[in-house]
Design a protein around this ligand. Structure first.
Ligand code: SD4
Length: 307
């Protein structure tokens, strides 16, 4: 039976490789995705996810994450979680609950504490320095602070035909305390139904959530579109709509896979992503928008800035 793991950004490569090892041995999608995302969360080099994530305007790291099980449609999410090492695992635990499945701020922290999740000061010295420098720049030069944000999002199909999706991010650099992006929101940052497929998004959350884009991609796949067509159509049509209605569309990128393990990508900016399947070893791809369509190619991981 086939399996597939697809993830946003080059930073997912190491995690995807670990997840692929599990899937190869008939491991479950849920185990593989948690391991893969934790690997990104634990690495302080990545300034937009987990430990070392970039802080909000007042210098605090507030983390958003979600987890969805495509067999049960169980979904769990946290937003504004502070000082816990692995937000994706907290979200995964919440996805097993019947009530109170999306917790924010102090409530999310209390749940993580009650359930024995590892507490950790998630603000690294490097992230504090970046924040201080940006604060000065913003004040001195009157710049827009909202630059520097990425989410690790993944969709996994395992050899038992179960699909799951999950996300983890520190959100928009210099965001207002309490700001929540698309990554924690069902249908926007992620969606998966094992009977159809799954999708996950990255980019400007404020725009992604206007189009419920992950759900839209799954809906298009349910109408028979191949993953590549579904992802590209959803991103390009919605970017166009935003330009028409608001004059501007933020960065939007999306990866998806269907229940057969076929995958796709749609983007309106340069965007790297990682895929591994039972046929192909983990590889980094670079996608771009050309003549209104998403095109992509395999790249050497060293070609892409590791941030
Ligand atoms: C957010 N979508 O919080 C996330 C950030 C991101 O590439 O993915 N940026 O809006």
């Amino acid at each position: 039976m086939s399996w597939t793991i697809i993830a946003t950004w080059r930073m997912a490569l190491e995690g995807v490789s670990k997840g692929a090892e599990l899937l190869k041995e008939n491991g479950s999608a849920s185990e593989a995705i948690e391991k893969a995302i934790r690997c990104v969360e634990d690495n302080p080099r990545y300034g937009s996810v987990g430990y070392g994530g970039l802080p909000n305007y007042v210098g605090e790291v507030e983390l958003d994450a979600a987890y969805m099980n495509g067999d049960t449609l169980g979904i769990g999410a946290v937003a504004g979680l502070k000082d816990y090492a692995n937000p994706v695992s907290v979200a995964k635990k919440l996805s097993e609950d019947r009530f109170n499945i999306f917790l924010v701020g102090a409530g999310a922290d209390a749940y993580a504490h009650m359930n024995g999740f590892e507490r950790k000061n998630m603000l690294t010295e490097a992230a504090r320095d970046t924040w201080k420098a940006r604060l000065k720049e913003v004040n001195d030069k009157n710049l827009s602070p909202y630059d520097g944000h990425d989410t690790v999002g993944m969709v996994v199909l395992d050899s038992a035909s179960t699909m799951v999706a999950a996300t983890s991010t520190s959100g928009l650099f210099m965001k207002k305390p309490g700001r929540i992006g698309d990554s924690a929101l069902s249908g926007s940052g992620l969606y998966v139904d094992s009977e159809i497929g799954g999708a996950t998004a990255t980019g400007l959350g404020e725009d992604i959530m206007k189009g419920c884009l992950s759900y839209e991609v799954v809906r298009l796949m349910s109408e028979g579109l191949a993953p590549q067509e579904a992802a590209d159509q959803a991103v390009q049509a919605f970017s166009e709509k935003l330009r028409r209605k608001k004059g501007v569309a933020g960065a939007i990128s999306l990866v998806c896979a269907n229940k057969k393990g076929e995958w796709g990508v749609g983007t309106n900016v340069e965007f790297s992503f990682v895929v591994a399947t039972d046929q192909d070893a983990p590889q980094v791809y670079l996608a771009n928008l050309e003549n209104g369509k998403t095109v992509y190619r395999v790249v050497d991981p060293s070609e892409i800035e590791d941030k």
